[in-house]
Design a protein around this ligand. Structure first.
Ligand SMILES: NC(=O)C1=CN([C@@H]2O[C@H](COP(=O)(O)OP(=O)(O)OC[C@H]3O[C@@H](n4cnc5c(N)ncnc54)[C@H](O)[C@@H]3O)[C@@H](O)[C@H]2O)[C@@H](O)CC1
Ligand SMILES: Nc1ncnc2c1ncn2[C@@H]1O[C@H](COP(=O)(O)OP(=O)(O)O)[C@@H](O)[C@H]1O
Ligand SMILES: [K+]
Length: 511
């Protein structure tokens, strides 16, 4: 699914109004109706007091529509106008009059802190103060109102975006953002929903389709792509009847050092589970019997050194190499990395200590084969691209790095973001159960296994990240967050494949 910027969305708004020959008021009614329908389905007439806080722009207009529809359906509603300015939008005013026609009274006008109402913990707060039209941080009593609402235990539902967040610009004042329990957002998710500094204000969200112009959506280059199951299904490359292990390639996993051989074990088994035809692990001598006994399917080549890797040589040409997991940073290993990076025409996944070695020896950046995939967690990323001022600065620097070195950069996290040149792909699978040692090693193996099967580097990255997260979701479903270990993620790659095409297909067929 595409993620658009605030500017693109308001353009989509205009085009929709023109092409569908509707008024902007009708579009607002559509948006408000969608929120009402969601609420009505979930509340089912419950006698909860719904307190709707409306700003004076179009987000406030949405709030007025929602209020009117709820009142018409018998809900107990109190509507407040957060009157921070007299520059009310046209559609706000239209709906201001409309709600008065229903209630026979104007909504409650708030103009200072003295107007803050008492709110019970059992009430529901609907936040329609600011939408994607926010152009500066909320100040004064409005800022205080947001803090007042945040301090309250009542359930908070934000309309379109939690008030105080910018859809796709850095946040300046963290104390002036409504902390929503749920957000109902129009047409597409906003970029800020997925970035570590702003995502905590969003918690959960649903996208409500409001019928914006399909041509615009189809033909407009988004600021990011959201990767969920439908996208992952489209990425999957099916097998042919006469394919054989040679077709699925031969992965070389280079990693492990004394005390960290498990990293190579995890990557090797992940490469197998995702479908590589053959996998060879290149490990220090001390890893030989560990690998052979834990994964009999794998071939093993050992370094001449007992405890670390000093020179990487194989008697075959790998179809993909993943390097760095548990590797250590021995001086000899640095030289070995430099040498192996000079192999031609082999796609690379570069992880963990291989990234750290590169960060400490920036001249190695010149040896990165183009289209290599780098998989840093935020700590490794910082060492690689330097510090950043905020999430947007981080993405800007990551894009620049990707363009300059012609690499795919996978920024791991709750929402892992794959950066390729100017493009961003945001992954939606995965869960905090995956915050466990070795889960990154599993990811490197997954991506290398996809590369070896012929997925191109960008596809292998985006699809691999999704599948890894999906396997993690299945593992967490079986074991609970705390008990998941990286091996459980690897174990569930098979389920992730089955899940990719399971129920929905059966469902579609039965329709
Ligand atoms: N596709 C769309 O774009 C649609 C948008 N709609 C709604 O319209 C919203 C956007 O509406 P608007 O562009 O009118 O803007 P908003 O309603 O988001 O609010 C901003 C208003 O407050 C002012 N303002 C901004 N920052 C301020 C600050 N810190 N302190 C005081 N005033 C401030 C702005 O000048 C503007 O008037 C969306 O979020 C959504 O809720 C829906 O009605 C229908 C479809
Ligand atoms: N809260 C979370 N939600 C989703 N995925 C997560 C979460 N925490 C960690 N992960 C995933 O787990 C993996 C952790 O990788 P990494 O930090 O490199 O682990 P390690 O170095 O132990 O192998 C990444 O793919 C990351 O996206
Ligand atoms: K809002």
């Amino acid at each position: 699914m595409k993620i658009f910027s605030a500017a693109q969305l308001s353009q989509a708004d205009k085009i929709t109004i023109e092409k569908q020959d509707i008024t902007s008021e009708a579009l607002m009614e559509r948006a408000g109706e969608q929120v009402f329908n969601w609420l009505h389905t979930h509340l089912d007439g419950a006698p909860v007091t719904i307190r709707i806080f409306c700003g004076i722009g179009n987000n406030g207009g949405d709030g007025l529509v929602i209020g009117r529809l709820l009142i018409e359906h018998g809900y107990k509603v109190v509507v407040y106008v957060v009157n921070f300015s007299d520059k009310r939008s046209k559609n706000f005013l239209l709906n201001y009059n409309k709600i008065k026609n229903v209630t026979k009274d104007w909504p409650i006008l708030m103009t200072s802190q003295a107007d803050f109402p008492e709110i019970s913990d059992e009430d529901m707060i609907v936040d329609a103060i600011f939408g994607i039209g926010l152009n500066r941080s909320p100040e004064g009593w409005v800022r205080k109102l947001i803090q007042y609402l945040n301090a309250n235990q009542a359930f908070k539902l934000s309309v379109d975006i939690p008030s105080g967040l910018y859809a796709n610009l850095p946040l300046k004042d963290k104390e002036a953002v409504l902390k929503a329990d749920h957000t109902l957002t129009f047409q597409t998710a906003k970029l800020c929903f997925f970035l570590p500094e702003t995502a905590p204000f969003v918690s959960n969200f649903n996208i409500l389709e409001i019928g914006l112009d399909l041509d615009f959506i189809k033909n407009t280059e988004p600021i990011a792509q959201l990767i969920s199951k439908p996208e992952a299904q489209a990425f999957y490359q099916p097998r042919n009847k006469f394919d054989h292990k040679g077709t699925f390639g031969h992965v070389l996993i280079v990693g492990g050092s004394y005390g960290k051989i498990g990293a190579a074990v995890l990557s090797t088994s992940a490469a197998f589970k995702i479908g590589a035809g053959m996998v060879t692990a290149f490990v220090p001598e001390c890893g030989y019997s560990i690998l052979q006994s834990t994964i009999p399917e794998a071939m093993v080549i050992t370094d001449k050194e007992e405890k670390f890797i000093s020179n990487i040589e194989t008697d075959f040409k790998p179809s993909a190499i993943a390097i760095g997991m548990g590797l250590g940073k021995n001086k000899a290993t640095v030289a070995a990395l430099k040498k192996v990076l000079q192999l031609k025409d082999i796609p690379f996944v570069i992880d963990a200590d291989a990234l750290n070695i590169i960060s400490e020896n920036k001249s190695l950046l010149d040896f990165l084969p183009s289209n290599s995939i780098l998989t840093p967690h935020p700590g490794e990323l910082k060492r690689l691209i330097g510090t950043w001022k905020n999430d947007y600065d981080k993405l800007k620097k990551a894009k620049k790095f990707s363009e300059k070195h012609q690499v795919v950069l996978i920024i791991k996290g709750a929402y892992t973001i794959t950066v390729y040149e100017n493009k961003l792909y945001i992954n939606t699978s995965g869960n905090p159960g995956m915050g466990t040692a070795g889960s990154g090693d599993a990811l490197s193996g997954v991506i290398a296994g996809l590369l070896s099967q012929g997925y191109d580097p960008l596809l292998a990255s985006v699809f691999g990240v999704y599948m890894h997260g999906s396997a993690g979701d299945i593992a967490t479903g079986q074991l609970g967050f705390e008990a998941v270990m990286a091996g459980d993620i690897v174990e569930n790659i098979s389920e992730a494949y089955l899940e990719l095409f399971s129920r929905e297909e059966a469902h579609e067929q039965s329709q």
